[in-house]
Design a protein around this ligand. Sequence first.
Ligand code: PLP
Length: 465
Amino acid sequence: MRYISTRGQAPACDFSGVLLAGLAEDGGLFMPEAWPHWSHADLRGLRGLPYHELAARVLAPFVGECIPFATLQGMCRDAYAEFTHPAVVPLVQLDTNLWAQELFHGPTLAFKDVAMQLLGRMFAHVLAEQNQRVTIVGATSGDTGSAAIEACRGRPGIDVVILHPQGRTSEVQRRQMTTVHARNIANIAVDGTFDDCQDLVKAMFADVPFRRDLHLSAVNSINWARIAAQIPYYVAASLALGGPEREVAFSVPTGNFGNVLAAWAARRMGVPITRLVVASNRNDILARFLDANDMSIRVVEPSLSPSMDIQISSNFERLLFELLDRDPVATAGAMGGFRGTGRMSVPQAAWSRARTLFHGFRLDDAETEAEIRRLHSLGYLADPHSAIGIAAARALPCAHVPTVAAATAHPAKFPDAIERATGLRPALPPRLADLFDRTELYSTAPNSLDAVEAQVRAFSLRNAA
Ligand SMILES: *Cc1c(COP(=O)(O)O)cnc(C)c1O
C-alpha cells in the first residue's frame, strides 16, 4: 500500500514512512493511494473473531509489507491485552435500536488508547528495523498526552516529551501523565495556555536543525496510522449487529474529525453504514458546515467536553479531499483559503453528497448535563463526551436502523461534571485507584522556545547516551 498527500506535492510513501512522518512534507495529510475493498463474504469471514485478530486482519492491507502479518497479529494481541474488558470494545444496549460502544477500557480511560497502544508498538518495531531513534513531542490539554505516554513508556528508541499548560488541565488528566516514571518520558508544565503549548510544539518542528538533530516525530491525530487503527471497531460493531446483511448508523463525539473519519473509511471499504452523526458541543463548526455549507472559525469556548473544544478539525481535510474527487490542487486551494480567511464552503455538489451521509448535531453544557442525568436515571453512567454522542444518536431520524454511539471516555475521567449532573462521584477503576497517592514528576518552563528546546535537547541527549 502506498500513501499520497492530500495536497499532491509530496512523494508517495509506504506505511512506515507515514507512521514516522505524521504530516506530509507539503503540509497535506496522507491517504491511501487506493482503498482496499471488502466484499460481503470477506466481512462475514471476520465474524466472531476476537477483537485483536479482527484488528490485525482489517489493518493488514494498510500496513502492507512494512510489518509481517504474524508480527502485526502479535502487536494487536499485546495491545488489546492492556484493555480490562474481554471484548475490548463492548457494545452496551441502551434502547431498542440504540447501543453505546465503550471504547474507554484501555489504560488511560479514553478511546485514544485503542489506536495509541498499537502505535507505540508499531513505532518501536519500525525504529528498531531502521536502527533509528525519535523524540516524540506533543502538546496536550487532556487525553492525547496520557495515551501517548502510556503507549510509549519504556519502549526502546522512543523518547516522549509532553507539554501541558501549568494549572490548566484537570487533575486526573495531569496525574495520568506526571505519575508515569519511565526514563524515556518527560512532562513539561509550561507557564501558558494550551495554545501556547501547541505553538511551542509547532515552533520546534519549524526549527529545522533542531527537528533533524532530535529526529522529532508526532503522534497527534493527523497521523494516518491512528485513523487506520480506529477502523476495526466500526467493523466489529457492524458485524455484531447483523452486518454486512444489516445496515447500521454511528454517532461520534467529534473534535479533530479523526474518529468519525475512521467510520467513513470503514464505509468506503464496504461496511454497510447508512448515517454518520458528527456530534459537537457548543464549538459546533462542523455542525454549522453540515447545516449550511459554512465552515467559519469562531473563538474556542471551554465546555464540559474539553476534548471536543476545537475549531479547526485537522482531519476534515481528508474528507474534503474525497469530496473533491481526490483533486489535490482543489484541496490545497480550499485549505489555503480557509487558513487565510477563516472560512470555507465547498462546491454545492460535494456539500450535498456530504449531507446524504453526515448529519451534524450540537449540545450545550446544560443539555449535556441533562443527558448525563437522564442516562443515569436509566442505569447508565456516561461521561460528557459520550453523553453528547448518545443524545445525537437518539435525535437521528432513521429510528429503525440500529445506531451505535461511540462512548469515548470513562465517566471517572470527568468526576466533577458527573457529580454535578447526578450527585454521584464516580470512582476510578482499580488500576488507577491510587492515582492521587502517586508522586508527580515534571519540570516547569516559561513560555519560551529557547527554554523548552534546551530541556528537550538535554533529555534526549541523556537518553541517547
Ligand atoms: C479525542 C477525543 C474526542 C474527539 O475525537 P476526534 O478523533 O478528535 O474527533 C472525543 N472524545 C474524547 C473523550 C476524546 O479524548
